[in-house]
Design a protein around this ligand. Sequence first.
Ligand code: IMP
Ligand code: MG
Length: 370
Amino acid sequence: MVVKLHDLYFKPFINADEIDVVVQRMVNDIAADIKDEIPVFVGIMNGSFMFVSDFVKKYPKPCEVTFIKLASYEGVKSTEDIQRLIGLTQDLTARTVVILEDIIDSGNTLEEVHRIFKNENVKQLLIATLFHKPEAYDKDFKLHYVGKEIPNKFIVGYGLDYDGLGRDLPDVYQLKTTQHMTNIVLFGPPGAGKGTQANFLKEKYDLVHISTGDVFRYNIKNETALGMLAKSYMDKGELVPDQVTIDMLNKEVEKNTDAKGFIFDGFPRTNAQAKALDELMDSKDSQINAMVALEVDDEILVERLLKRGETSGRADDADENIIRNRIKEYYSKTAILKDYYSDQNKYFGVDGVGSIEEITERLSAVIDKL
Ligand code: IMP
Ligand code: MG
């Protein structure tokens, strides 16, 4: 489950069980190295409180525990950070001190710790950190025990916070590179009013409407590499492989990196395509939130389309048999997808009979809850 802290979204990264294993391993390593002395474990507040607590509970031999806090103050010069130390009252002369850090990132805090302990005449100063971001670390201090190396991305949970929130979470979460999006697969039989509603929804929710048909026409007309590739299959009378379509959609998604979400229209049509779309969204740190299908009774659809045929001149809107076939085909094709999304509790059928405003309201009620 994604968590929201203040304005940002975080995704599950390291669960409590995995953390437990890492902490236990650190305990074993440290206990094995410290033979017949009573070490002083020094947690760096605030972030390390949970780690230190779990660590000392697992520690098999007598030990002392204390905490220090480095309070950052904006210095006299605006650029200079002055660290103030709180809590180091104990005499540590000739003791083995093990610093327990939740995370070592740039190493600035560690540098400060070294500066402080330089004058404490300890027997040895060992550094243990639960998490370490090697890509961000630009100091030379030796890290004696590292629980887990992680990529240079912001994390929260298990003591770590984002602006005060998230310390209480038992699991660790990682900042999502793509923030929250509302991605909808919009379905509806011919004549259900999909186009009309898509237009309203994209305005209301600031979504980008990706009509697969339009994307195809655009790529072919502009002779893009993918368009030419798609055309080569179509010219041979073959189906365009899903990957080509997905690559086109990917391009559309990437053109709109600031989008609040997407309305996919005309895709997916098969299980394999739905899976491919899930993978695409996953690669963007996002997901399909819902398949929203407009539901309209067959007889009403036939009536609407025949009426549209009177003015639109579209041949396929003029013949009742053709219309009924298109509707039948729609249901036989979308049934699989309805199951696919229902299985993930993502299928939402919306009554598509009523005024345009009424239907927009019904759709909004679904989207507002996503
Ligand atoms: P430093 O850059 O190694 O000095 O780390 C400074 C402090 O920044 C750490 O003690 C944490 O309190 C905080 N910090 C660094 N990276 C993260 C993170 O990914 N999430 C939450 N806090 C972090
Ligand atoms: Mg810290």
